[in-house]
Design a binder for this molecule. Structure first.
Ligand SMILES: [Mg+2]
Length: 229
């Protein structure tokens, strides 16, 4: 239903719930997060800037804790690096703007009856506080954030499905990282937002579905559809 083929460009995704990634998808926070993520890697692990950028980008979409542990397995410096990143992040995350068309898109999808969720690798209270300060927390049915053992992807999708009685086939996940696509596989439709990664990189990662460059494009790509369960 979701294959994006030239001869069939008008085909839409029919769903009941839209789940948004947070960083880089609704919040324009990636330049900030990448800059502190890279800075911390350079400081704690004595790697070059180019090396740190590569390590950051290839693991982005995961909690920073996992980005560090994947890049520096078993390193005794990990805990201090993770702690410093989280301190730097909480100081300035609320200053980061919403993506320009995020509020308009989310408001209109809500008006059309979609159940809207956020699934993030950022801690839940941080994401909630961010949207509270932007004045749009009430547009979401739930904010589902990270805690150890409860991650964006399978854990969050299962939680949303069970708590709100929404089958996986009635969900679409919208995200900006290759990890977001990978984690949607086997669960629900995925729409990629290009910026951090371009269409070629999503394709190489195996994504054959929709890609957008602005959130507002969602309004023409998904239709509300209630499955009978
Ligand atoms: Mg993201």
């Amino acid at each position: 239903m979701t294959s994006f083929e030239l001869e069939d460009m008008e085909e839409k995704i029919h769903c009941r719930a839209v789940i948004f990634d947070f960083d880089g998808t609704l919040a324009d926070s990636m330049p900030f997060l990448q800059s502190i993520g890279v800075e911390v890697m350079m400081k704690h692990f004595d790697v070059s800037k180019d090396d740190a950028i590569k390590r950051y980008v290839t693991t982005t979409g995961l909690p920073y804790e996992h980005q560090i542990k994947l890049n520096f397995p078993g390193d005794t410096r990990n805990a201090a690096a993770i702690e410093e990143f989280e301190q730097l992040k909480i100081k300035r995350i609320y200053e980061q703007s919403l993506v320009p068309d995020a509020e308009q898109t989310v408001r209109e999808l809500g008006r059309r009856g979609f159940d809207l969720f956020v699934s993030s690798s950022t801690f839940q209270p941080t994401v909630e506080e961010y949207f509270r300060r932007k004045g749009i927390l009430d547009l979401f049915k739930a904010i589902v954030g990270y805690r150890p053992g409860f991650e964006k992807g399978a854990d969050h999708f299962k939680h949303i499905s069970a708590t709100y009685d929404i089958p996986f086939e009635s969900m679409v996940f919208v995200g900006d990282s290759l990890k977001d696509f990978e984690r949607s596989k086997g669960f629900c439709d995925f729409i990629g937002v290009t910026d951090l990664f371009d269409s070629e990189q999503f394709y190489e990662a195996g994504h054959r579905g929709l890609l957008i460059s602005h959130l507002i494009e969602l309004l023409g790509l998904i239709d509300y559809f209630e499955t009978s369960s």
